[in-house]
Each structure stands twice: as C-alpha cells, then as structure tokens.
Write a protein that binds this ligand. Structure first.
Ligand SMILES: Cc1ncc(COP(=O)(O)O)c(C=O)c1O
Length: 378
C-alpha cells in the first residue's frame, strides 16, 4: 500500500543511542537508557516508580501478580479491548467479567461497573481507548467503596491526561505500550507505573525473575537469590535507547499527531453534519494524544465497502478489536454482565485511518479526498 495505516516513529537519534549501548558493551536490561526512560516517565507522570518492561502485555501481567489475582477471582473490564488486557488475569486463574462500553468514547461505561461487582471481584481495568481517558473519578470511587484494585490499561495513553493527571498514573497500577504502532516506540516494549511506593520492591523482584538481582547489580548484596514467583520482564537497553530518542522529542511528536487529528476533524465535519459518519468525542476533562483517528460508518457493511474503496486506492485503513466475549477464549474464560448494547454494534462501525508521526500533508490529503469521494461529498 502506498499510504500505510502506521509507520513506526523514528526521530534520527535512535541509531546513535543504540550504537552507544553496543560500544559500551551494555546491551542487557537496566542500562543507562532504561534508567533515563524510567526517570522521564516518573517526572512526566508523577508516579512513585516506572519500570520499563518487554511489553504492555507483560506490564499488565506484573500488575496482576502485584494485585495478588488468583484462581476464582473476578476482574471487570470492557470487551472492546486487546487480548492482553484479559489474558494477564486469565493466566492467574481469574474470570474476566465484561461490561458494555459508552458509544461516545468506546471506553468502559462507568455507570455499569457497580452492578457487575460480586464478592469475588478484585479489580477494575479501565482501558483508555484511543488515548482518551475513562471516567476515572467515578471508577476510583467505586473501587474505593468496594476495596478493589484499579489497573489502568493505558497502552494507548502516553501523554494523555484526565483532569490534568497523566493516564496510567491515576489507578493503583498503569500500563503503557511502546509497540511499533504506538506514539512512542521501542519495537516491542511497555512500562508499569506504580502510583504507591508500597509495591516498588515486589515489582522490581517480579520483573527480575523473582530474584533480588537488581540489588546485586547495585552492589547491595553479595549474591542474588530466588525470593518470589516472577518472570523476565525487563527489556534490552538497546530497545530502551530507541525509545529515549523519541521521549526527547515527545512534545514535537505529540504536536505533529494532534495537527493530523485536527485536520481530519475539520475536513470530515461536513460529513458528520450530513449524518453520513460519526467523529470521535473527547470529554472536556480529557486531553488526548491523537493516538488514533477513527470514523464510524453507518454499519459493518458500509465499513467493508469503504475499506475496499480505500485499499483499491492504495490506502490501508484498519478496523479494530473483535469484542473479546465473542472470541473462542472469551467464551471459555469470561462472561458479559448485562446487555451488549454497544460493544458489538459500535466495534463493527469503527474504522481507523492512517495516523502516524510525519504523515505528510499530501498523503493525508489523499486519504481525506478518498473518504469524501466514497461518501460523494467532494
Ligand atoms: C488496549 C491495549 N492493551 C494492551 C496492548 C498490548 O500492548 P503490547 O503489544 O505492548 O503488549 C495493546 C496493544 O495494542 C492495546 O491496544
């Protein structure tokens, strides 16, 4: 395709930083770039600790271990999400309980959460779809009254805020993704954000195979040993180096993406006013990061025709999640509480358009023109 759905971010400094790791013969985890990345996020979000991980999937697994999720527990989340949001808890033996989403933001409907709580519920996992925050005050209030953990899936939410607070830094734990499709990338990677200091020591041990190797490397113990169940969740410093190049230019990347987003909104407003499509909605208390730009077609059939039309013009759009409760594993490990009023219906209508750092004016103009042509509104 001439115009791809995504192009991984690249600023120009990445190779220099990776070369530095190689030349310094420090390519394993927790080198200087991992430290720089962790400190950058701690400063930016105000959390007690950030731990760079091998993926957001793994950061979520760490959060599930830290929250003590075990067999028989229940965890509430939306079904309109990536498999990793659910897998992390299913791997610990929990049952996932889905509730419906809000059609305006595609986020979990906070008003439906409380009715899904049972004596087995241990955590709520809000997913900030498209980097637009969930209604966190309501969610935190429910969690407090029922003594539940809040684990934010902020895979798409780096640089976004809710009421001025960084997404990922509001709940007990927050998880970021630096997969190549994300605003800031290291190929594969993620981060676990810890709001409260109490969990830092255990998190460091879990991330290093359940050992105190980190203390050993800091020269604080003579040898390291196995202390608790854990796994290998720390990435190579070469990946961390790739990410750091982008963190240094985080504002510029963000502004570039926001400008593409705003242009799409401006250009497609007439289509929305004519009742042909729906555009994304951002609540007043949220500042988003232009992680994605989507439109909603009339229904799945129309979306299929638009996909074909764009592809025939060398443009690659993308649909998004197949609701997890309808999947093979979802049928086995989860249940949907209440009515699926919007999850399936809205997911079938949603279409993501090309959106990435350095998307050219010409290419974006081409995407806009083709969409307008499809709706015969040029
Ligand atoms: C909402 C959500 N959660 C989790 C993930 C998993 O991220 P990663 O690929 O870094 O494991 C993704 C990836 O796209 C995602 O969109």
């Amino acid at each position: 395709m001439r115009i791809n759905f995504n192009v991984p971010p690249y600023t120009g400094k990445e190779m220099e930083y990776i070369r530095e790791c190689v030349e310094n013969q420090k390519i394993c985890g927790d080198g200087i770039y991992t430290k720089k990345d962790n400190e950058w996020f701690e400063e930016k979000t105000g959390v007690s600790k950030c731990l760079l991980t091998t993926s957001c999937t793994h950061a979520t697994e760490m959060a599930a271990i830290l929250a003590g999720i075990k067999e028989g527990d229940e965890v509430i989340m939306p079904s309109f999400t990536f498999v990793s949001t659910a897998n992390a808890f299913v791997l610990r033996g929990a049952t996932v309980v889905f509730v419906d989403i809000r059609p305006d933001t595609m986020n979990i409907d906070e008003k439906l959460i409380e009715a899904a709580i049972t004596p087995k519920t241990r955590a709520i996992v809000p997913v900030h779809y498209a980097g637009v925050g969930c209604e966190m005050d309501t969610i935190l209030d429910i969690a407090k009254r029922h003594n539940l953990f809040v684990i934010e899936d902020a895979a798409q939410g780096v640089m976004s805020t809710y009421k001025g607070k960084a997404l990922g830094a509001i709940g007990d734990f927050g998880n970021y993704s630096f997969h190549e499709t994300k605003n800031y990338s290291m190929g594969e990677g993620g981060a676990l954000l810890l709001r409260d200091e109490d969990y830092i020591n255990d998190a460091i041990i879990i991330r290093e195979k359940g050992t105190n190797r980190t203390l050993y490397q800091l020269g604080k113990v003579d040898k390291y040993t196995w202390l608790m169940p854990g796994s290998s969740y720390l990435p190579s410093d070469m990946n961390a180096a790739y990410l750091y190049a982008q963190l240094q230019m985080a504002d510029e990347i963000n502004e570039d993406r926001i400008s593409h987003y705003n242009r799409y909104i401006e250009e497609f407003k007439p289509l929305e006013e004519a009742g042909l499509i729906e555009l994304p909605y951002v609540p007043d208390e949220c500042v988003h990061n232009a992680h994605m730009f989507y439109i909603k077609c009339k229904d799945g059939e129309e979306r299929g025709h638009l996909i074909d039309y764009l592809k025939s013009n060398d443009i690659l759009p993308a649909s998004h999640y197949v609701p997890l409760h309808t999947s093979t594993a979802g049928l086995k490990y989860s249940r949907f509480h209440g009515e699926d009023k919007y999850t399936t219906k809205e997911s079938l209508r949603l279409l993501r358009l090309p959106m990435y750092y350095k998307l050219t004016k010409e290419d974006q103009g081409e995407v806009i023109q083709r969409v307008k042509e499809f709706y015969k509104a040029v």
